[in-house]
Design a binder for this molecule. Structure first.
Ligand code: PLP
Length: 361
């Protein structure tokens, strides 16, 4: 992050973000960030979005999952389904991040995974609806699978869900785990529909500390309308003599990350984020090309969307080393010279100061 951002963050280490009456400006800044993100993710104007900051996507996913579970239960009771007959379930591709497994263990939900294979390196739309039944609390689409960088086809999923919901009393909705893509895709593929433009996407999470470009830990979760965030999950805290809703799981934490997120939003703006991500995208393209040229690897994901390159060693290669050896060598080099990720450092031509970002970390 920029030195000015670091300074501002350091000046707010001691401020407790949850103490909204002591630090009303922090509460205001958090709300402004929620508004900015709602706009970025196309929250419909005729619905009342709600959202909160979290410590990261893991907490945000827990909240998204809990809201879906509470809503499912209410609807199930309304339609006379025996909610004790079996566990509610959550449907997701097997490329899920571990926070979803945690969610299912903590909140007693069955994790139903749609298998991925070499032909389906993201959610398999041919089979996903086979996993859905009356006990399904929701389907999670992933915008940026942690291990490969691939996107699930959220628009395709929305069409399937819409067709399903037309003929049942037990509709399912989509939560998008956009931990990585949430602050990348809107700048790089603005026309790709994955967010609240899709009718059945009811909640989205993203990590501020990934492509939101803030130091860890900050995340965000938003619901397209307050009807999708059950009242039981919203607690009222006193706020300057009034009351302010809070729905995060964690309580005390420093305000620094919120200050950092707001700084980045204002400092970079849409064009700034786009410029940084474009640069990173170009680096990813360069690396993919360079890896291909070695003729040693099969590219699994070429970084055309998220700048994540995933590759395997060609089975026929005769070299007496494996990808573990390569990884080891890169780590050695990283210690001695520069981390590989220094290639991701952006030039920031829109800044008045130095043309080059600083190498940190
Ligand atoms: C798809 C996905 N979901 C959730 C998470 C958890 O994010 P966080 O580290 O912000 O809690 C990650 C982190 O890599 C992720 O890739």
């Amino acid at each position: 992050m920029e030195p000015e951002a670091e300074k501002l963050m350091a000046q707010s280490f001691e401020k407790n973000a949850i103490d909204k009456s002591e630090y009303p400006r922090t509460a205001d800044i958090e709300n402004r960030c929620v508004n900015i993100i709602a706009d970025l993710w196309h929250a419909p104007k005729d619905e009342a979005f709600m959202g909160t900051s979290t410590i990261g996507s893991s907490e945000a996913c827990m909240l998204g999952g809990m809201a879906m579970k509470f809503n499912w239960r209410k609807n199930a009771q309304k339609h006379g389904l025996d909610i004790n007959a079996k566990k509610p379930n959550l449907v997701i591709s097997s490329g899920y991040q571990v926070c979803w497994e945690k969610f299912c263990v903590y909140w007693d939900v069955e994790l139903r995974t749609v298998p991925m294979d070499a032909d389906h390196l993201s959610l398999d739309l041919n089979h996903v609806m086979d996993y859905v039944d009356d006990y399904t609390i929701g389907i999670v689409g992933i915008l940026g699978i942690t291990y490969s960088g691939r996107y699930d086809d959220i628009a395709g999923l929305d069409r399937l869900v819409e067709a399903h919901n037309q003929k049942t009393n037990f509709p399912v909705y989509i939560h998008v785990d956009a931990a990585s893509g949430g602050f990348y895709t809107p700048f790089m593929e603005a026309n790709l529909k994955w967010d609240f433009r899709l009718k059945n996407v009811i909640s989205i999470n993203a990590s501020g500390h990934k492509y939101g470009l803030v130091y860890p830990g900050v995340g965000w979760v938003l619901w397209r309308d307050k009807q999708f965030l059950p009242e039981e999950l919203v607690f009222k805290v006193s706020y300057l003599g009034g009351e302010l809703p809070t729905m995060a799981i964690n309580f005390s934490h420093s305000a620094s990350q919120l200050i950092g997120q707001y700084y980045n939003f204002i400092r970079y703006g849409y064009q700034g984020y786009k410029a940084i991500h474009t640069r990173t995208h170009e680096v990813a393209q360069y690396l993919t090309h360079a890896l291909e040229e070695t003729a040693l690897f099969d590219i699994v994901n070429d970084g055309a969307q998220l700048p994540v390159i995933c590759y395997s060693q060609k089975p026929d290669n005769q070299h007496e080393w494996t990808l573990y050896d390569l990884s080891d060598r890169l780590l050695m080099k990283a210690g001695k010279y520069l981390p590989i990720r220094c290639l991701m450092i952006s030039r920031r031509p829109w800044c008045n100061g130095s043309l080059f970002g600083r190498i940190s970390g």
